[in-house]
Design a protein around this ligand. Structure first.
Ligand SMILES: [Zn+2]
Length: 290
C-alpha cells in the first residue's frame, strides 16, 4: 500500500464523517496565567474541527502565537483582529502537520515576525513554511521551556510554563491522536508520554479540545490504552502470516468503521514496534505473524 500523508488520511475521515456542528465565532479566552486560547476552524481529524491557537504573553503583549493552523481567511481575520490590539513577536510550531501550520507563513509575513520550531519540523516544512529559528529540548523561548516529544511527529515539541504544558498533538481534549508510521513512531510516542508523566504535574493544553486539568491522569490513561491495544495486536497475530486487513477486525473491532483507515495505520505502527522488539515477524512484503 502506498504511504499516504496524514493530511490525506484526515481528509478521508472528514469526508466519511457526519457534518460538523454549526460554526460559532471564535473568541479569545484565558486558560492559564499569561496564556490565552483561540480555537480556529482547521482541516483536522474529526470529531475535532478546530485547532487551538495559544497566545502566550502578558495581557498587553507582546505574545508568542503557538500553532496558527487555520488556512481559512475568515479564521485568520479573527486572529488578526486580536493581534491588532496585542502585538505579536513570535510564531511557535509544535509540529509540521497541516492543521497546525496552515496559517503560519501568512501570519509571520503579515506581522514581520520569526517562526521557531524543532529542526525536524523545519526540514519537513522546507518549501512550505520558512522556520527562522530552531528549538531543541530544554531551550527557553518567550518564558516557555521547549520539551522534545517525538512520536506523533519526529520534531514534536511541547511548551511548558508554570504548571501548564502546551501539549500539541501529544494528547487530545477531543478525538484521538494518530501515530502514522510514515512519519510517526509508536515506541517514541510511548516514551514521550512517559517523559511528560515524569515531569512536574501539569495541566495539559491540547491542540484540540479543552484544557486537561489532571495531566498525569490523562497521560496514564493514554499509556494504558496504547498498551491494551498492543496486547490486542499481539493476540491477533497467529502462526500463519496475515495481511493488515485480516488483523484489523481482531485488533480494532471496538473502533468505529469510519475510523478504520486510521486504525490500519495505527495497527501498522504497533506492528513496526513489535517487529523491532522481536515480538512479531514481517515477511517483508505484506504479512505479519507471531
Ligand atoms: Zn499532528
Amino acid at each position: 500500500m502506498a504511504i499516504r500523508s496524514i493530511e490525506t488520511l484526515y481528509e478521508q475521515v472528514r469526508n466519511a464523517a457526519p457534518a460538523a456542528a454549526p460554526y460559532e465565532t471564535a473568541t479569545v479566552e484565558a486558560v492559564a496565567p499569561g496564556i490565552r486560547v483561540l480555537a480556529l476552524r482547521t482541516p483536522t481529524l474529526p470529531p475535532a474541527a478546530h485547532t487551538n491557537v495559544y497566545l502566550v504573553g502578558p495581557e498587553i503583549g507582546p505574545v508568542a502565537v503557538v500553532d496558527p493552523g487555520s488556512p481559512y481567511p475568515d479564521q485568520q481575520a479573527v486572529l488578526d483582529q486580536f493581534l491588532a490590539q496585542v502585538p505579536i513577536d513570535l510564531v511557535l510550531l509544535t509540529h509540521h502537520h497541516g492543521d497546525h501550520i496552515g496559517g503560519a507563513a501568512a501570519l509571520a509575513a503579515r506581522w514581520g515576525v520569526p517562526i521557531a520550531a524543532h529542526a525536524a519540523t523545519a526540514r519537513r516544512l522546507e518549501g512550505i513554511v520558512e522556520v527562522t529559528s530552531l528549538l531543541g529540548d530544554g531551550d527557553r523561548v518567550h518564558g516557555l521551556t521547549a520539551v522534545h516529544t517525538p512520536g506523533h511527529a519526529e520534531g514534536h515539541l511541547c511548551f511548558e510554563q508554570d504548571g501548564f504544558t502546551i501539549a500539541g498533538d501529544m494528547v487530545a481534549g477531543i478525538g484521538t491522536i494518530l501515530i502514522d508510521p510514515s512519519e510517526g513512531d509508536m515506541a517514541l510516542y510511548l516514551a514521550s508520554l512517559e517523559l511528560l508523566l515524569a515531569r512536574p504535574a501539569a495541566t495539559l493544553l491540547p491542540a484540540h479540545g479543552p484544557p486537561i486539568v489532571d495531566g498525569p491522569a490523562k497521560l496514564r490513561e493514554y499509556l494504558a490504552h496504547r498498551r491494551m491495544r498492543e496486547a490486542r495486536v499481539v493476540a491477533a497475530l497467529g502462526e500463519t502470516p496475515a495481511l493488515l486487513d485480516e488483523l484489523l477486525p481482531a485488533a480494532y473491532g471496538d473502533t468505529p468503521r469510519m475510523m478504520w483507515p486510521l486504525a490500519e495505520r495505527s495497527l501498522r505502527a504497533h506492528l513496526d514496534k513489535l517487529v523491532n522488539e522481536g515480538r512479531a515477524r514481517f515477511d517483508g512484503a505484506a504479512r505479519w505473524s507471531r
